[in-house]
Each structure stands twice: as C-alpha cells, then as structure tokens.
Design a protein around this ligand. Structure first.
Ligand SMILES: CC(C)(COP(=O)(O)OP(=O)(O)OC[C@H]1O[C@@H](n2cnc3c(N)ncnc32)[C@H](O)[C@@H]1OP(=O)(O)O)[C@@H](O)C(=O)NCCC(=O)NCCS
Length: 219
C-alpha cells in the first residue's frame, strides 16, 4: 500500500533507533529514488555499502527527515573521507560476507559488472582531491518527501556544519542520468567534476547504461 502523504516534514539529528529505517529508505530509493530490488535484491548488503559506515561510525553527521515520526529520508555525511569509508573495501567486504556473486538477486548484477569492466576497460574513479574536498555525503528521500524543500534543509544543515568546522570543500557521487539529483546538487552550489564514467553492472529501468558523476563544492 502506498504511504500516505504528510502535511508536514521536519528534520532532526539521526538517532540509533533510526538505523533500520534509514537502511530501509536507502534500499527503497536505491535506483535514483526508485526501487533497486529488480537488479539488486539483497537489502542487507545494499544498505551496508551505502549507509552502514555512516550510521555506525559517524552518526553525528547524519540527519533524518520525519513525517509524523516516520523516517522518510536522510542525509549521511563524512567530514573527512581520508579517515572515512573506502568504498572499494566496503564493497568487497559485502561481496565476500554476503556471497554476492552466488546469491540469487545479486549474482546477475555481479557477473554483469565483470562483463562491463572487461568491455569498458575503465573503473569509475569517484574520489577527487581529498585535501580540497575532504567531506562527502549521501542523501535520499522517499518519493512522497521529494520536491518539498526537505532536501534543501538537509543539505543546508550539512553545509552549515562543514563551514562551522572550516572544512575547505565537499564532494559527492551521483548518477549523471539522475537529472533531478544533478539539478538539485547544482542548486545547492555543487558543480560537476570530470567526465561521467560507466558504472559496472548497474542498469536503468529501460536497461540503459548509467554513468557516475562526481560533483564538488568549495566552502
Ligand atoms: C535529490 C533529492 C535529495 C532532492 O531533494 P528535494 O527535497 O526533492 O529537493 P528540494 O525540494 O529541496 O529542491 C531544492 C532545489 O533543488 C532543485 N530541484 C529539486 N528538484 C528538482 C527537479 N526535479 N528539477 C529541477 N530542479 C530541481 C530546485 O532548484 C529546488 O529549488 P526550488 O524548489 O526553489 O526550485 C531528492 O529528490 C531525492 O532524494 N531523490 C531521490 C533519491 C536521489 O536521487 N538521491 C540522490 C542520489 S545521489
């Protein structure tokens, strides 16, 4: 049953009891705000890769959007990526611990990624100059929370924290085909850095290739 819309959405700092719902929102918005389960059906590994490090290691840099006490979105951040999550390691750990190449629901993605890498001969390098843009973030809202100014409030909160800490810059990775997200990030002061590169394994709902786009902002 679709969630009922709510009249008022607020934000507050992340609390440990939000962990399960943040992971659920992560999985439910996994493909540019839409469901990802048709190509990656393992919610546990998906949330481990994209939000696990942040909720478990830097919860003070996380906020949730709430609608009548229901978590409908989040922003998770890392103030200094040099001492933060190393995505290839986090990914490989899930590959091993969740046996992703052999698990129904992820095996297709994994072997498609291997074929893509062999064909593309390029690995998306999502990490820019970390002395210049050390912080990064992930942000996701459920469909009923989008387009209502909530993303702006979450982002302004995070940028305010970074500016107060005299952080020189912040970066993020998104999908170039996610035009809403790119427009949002540009409206929030980010600019594109480098050429979008094909993401191994991942496909759009129309089975097209998707491309990783790094974006940065000086603070
Ligand atoms: C991307 C996302 C975080 C934006 O948050 P949001 O709450 O929907 O955005 P806001 O309503 O705060 O919009 C702020 C500004 O962003 C821009 N913007 C937002 N949605 C836009 C759209 N669909 N098209 C063009 N610009 C848009 C506008 O400039 C807007 O300002 P305005 O309302 O004064 O015109 C949210 O839509 C989302 O979570 N989407 C699904 C998951 C996702 O794609 N996450 C990013 C993965 S990297």
């Amino acid at each position: 049953m679709p969630a009922s819309p709510c009249s008022d959405i607020g934000i507050r700092p992340y609390e440990p009891e939000d962990r399960a719902t943040v992971r659920d929102v992560c999985f439910r918005t996994g493909l540019m705000g839409e469901r990802v389960d048709w190509q990656w059906a393992d919610a546990e590994s998906f949330a481990d890769i994209w939000v696990g490090w942040y909720t478990d290691n830097e919860p003070e840099s996380a906020w949730v959007a709430v609608c009548e006490d229901r978590v409908v979105g989040y922003l998770v951040g890392c103030r200094d990526t040099r001492s933060g999550p190393h995505l290839p390691f986090v990914f490989l750990r899930s590959v091993v611990t969740r046996a992703l190449p052999f698990r129904p629901g992820t095996a297709g993605f994994m072997w498609r990624a291997v074929a893509d890498l062999a064909r593309d001969r390029v690995v998306p390098e999502a990490t820019p100059d970390l002395d210049r843009w050390p912080a990064h973030l992930h942000i996701d809202l459920l469909p009923e929370a989008c387009g209502r100014g909530v993303g702006r409030v979450l982002m302004q909160t995070w940028l305010g924290v970074l500016r107060a800490a005299a952080t020189p810059g912040v970066h993020l990775g998104t999908i170039a085909e996610n035009t809403r997200a790119v427009a949002f990030f540009e409206a929030m002061g980010f600019r594109r850095l480098g050429t979008p590169l094909p993401v191994p394994g991942e496909r759009s709902p129309t089975w097209g290739r998707l491309h990783a786009q790094t974006m940065v902002q000086d603070l």
